[in-house]
Ligand binder design. Structure first.
Ligand SMILES: Nc1ncnc2c1ncn2[C@@H]1O[C@H](COP(=O)(O)OP(=O)(O)OP(=O)(O)O)[C@@H](O)[C@H]1O
Length: 399
């Protein structure tokens, strides 16, 4: 391995699945004597190169079907890449598909031993950890029941508990945790955080921007089986959001081309200016900001509304206002309406922020939505605080 701290090294990995599809009756009549099925190749991963360094937490993000779970399975050696290679070091524990590694006819107890053995633990080691595993899972009442009678939540509780008790160097977690109930999810998050403190390495698939932002040091953003961003969580999530947005626009354009009905309004521009009207994207806390929004009304839309909110790149809602809340009547159109939101003092903590805008009709129908119309960052003059609001607090000893 090139780097001494690299725990996984993925080199030129591609994964092809062969899809066998039944032919239609017509195809079968035309090709009598040949196979009843045809075969399609499908590349779920393409030319992936990445390294995972020891002690880091990497989030795999992307739209449905982009290849996240396939990549995690390739990292975990559950499936082999078609081309390329994956080098890994240390003990690995993987929590991938629900119930994978569990034998349906065995009890929870028997599966703990089987699973722990598959993850490289001796019987004596498992004996030592057994009580802790069952205790963490919270399903002691059912430990001698065959797992085929378990609910999906019970499966995950036991599987996660085994995975975190086998002393892994690398823990792989797919979205399965989402099926556990909230107290268990919280318990899993606490465990993942304690793993991070112990310097273990984690790779996880998540659809939750908040979770990725909170847990990960780095993200691999996959699109159509390729890693298109390998960078900090804000960067990965921003790229993911932008790709959702451009997909949405493309779909809308295609629908528009197909359908005789046209959109009634389009948000065409979101601008950020300072008090003097100069375009800006970097502010100091406490400075003013003017957000200008152009909405092109393609027809008369009486009573339409405009909402503007400020979010973090991870989608945390920070502030919002609307023409409705401000009791502001908007021009009915047709034509371009320009609306300005004037913020006298931006009281945000340091970091990046995005402007989200939505226009809607009086009956609540969305006329247009732009999740990331503009981006800006805030810099604090001091390093006295963290968080999304700037409260200018001070600390002193009072006793
Ligand atoms: N065993 C398989 N045989 C054929 N195709 C497969 C197989 N496993 C996955 N695929 C296909 O590979 C693509 C990537 O799947 P994968 O499960 O990795 O996506 P994902 O990003 O994890 O999606 P999701 O967010 O929906 O879980 C999909 O189009 C999927 O249908």
């Amino acid at each position: 391995m090139s780097s001494p701290t690299s725990i996984v090294r993925i080199e030129d990995v591609s994964k092809r699945f062969v899809l066998h599809k039944d032919k239609s009756l017509k195809e079968r009549v035309l090709n009598v004597g040949r196979s009843r099925r045809h075969v399609d190749d499908f590349w779920a991963l393409r030319d992936i190169n990445a390294e995972i360094h020891a002690g880091t937490t990497v989030g795999l993000i992307g739209a449905n079907g982009s290849g996240k779970s396939t990549l995690l399975k390739v990292i975990g050696a559950i499936i082999q890449p078609t081309t390329g290679s994956v080098l890994r070091r240390g003990r690995l524990a993987a929590l991938l598909e629900l119930g994978a590694g569990f034998h349906q006819d065995l009890t929870g107890r028997e599966n703990v031993y089987l699973n722990a053995a598959l993850l490289g633990m001796s019987r004596a080691e498992t004996d030592r950890h057994f009580d802790a595993i069952v205790d963490f899972s919270g399903i002691e009442e059912f430990i001698d029941t065959q797992v085929k009678f378990y609910s999906s939540g019970m499966y995950v509780r036991l599987a996660f508990s085994v995975a975190v008790h086998v002393d892994p160097d690398l823990l792989l977690v797919d979205e399965v945790l989402a099926v556990g109930d909230e107290p268990f999810q919280r318990k899993c998050m606490d465990k993942i955080r304690s793993f991070q403190r112990e310097g273990r390495t984690i790779a996880l698939v998540s659809h939750s921007a908040d979770q990725v932002g909170e847990l990960c040091d780095r993200t691999l953003f996959l699109r159509d089986g390729r890693v298109v961003v390998d960078g900090p969580p804000e960067e990965g999530i921003r790229a993911l959001r932008q790709s959702f947005e451009s997909d949405r626009r493309e779909r809308e354009d295609a629908e528009e081309a197909d359908s005789p009905t046209h959109p009634r309004a389009r948000i065409t521009q979101v601008r950020l200016n300072d008090a003097a009207g100069t375009p800006t994207s970097v502010l100091r806390a406490g400075e003013p900001l003017r957000i200008g929004v152009d909405v092109d009304l393609l027809e008369r839309v009486p009573g339409w509304r405009l909402g503007v909110s400020i979010e973090t790149p991870l989608g945390q809602y920070v502030y919002g206002t609307s023409s409705e809340r401000q009791e502001l009547g908007l021009p009915t159109g047709p034509g371009v309406a320009t609306v300005e939101i004037s913020v006298p003092q931006v009281r945000l903590g340091s970091g990046q922020y995005v402007i989200r805008t939505r226009a809607w009709s009086p009956d609540g129908e969305t006329l247009d939505l732009v999740p990331q119309g503009a981006l800006f960052s805030v810099e604090l003059d001091s390093a006295l605080s963290t968080g999304v609001v700037d409260m200018t607090a001070s600390m002193r000893v009072t006793g």
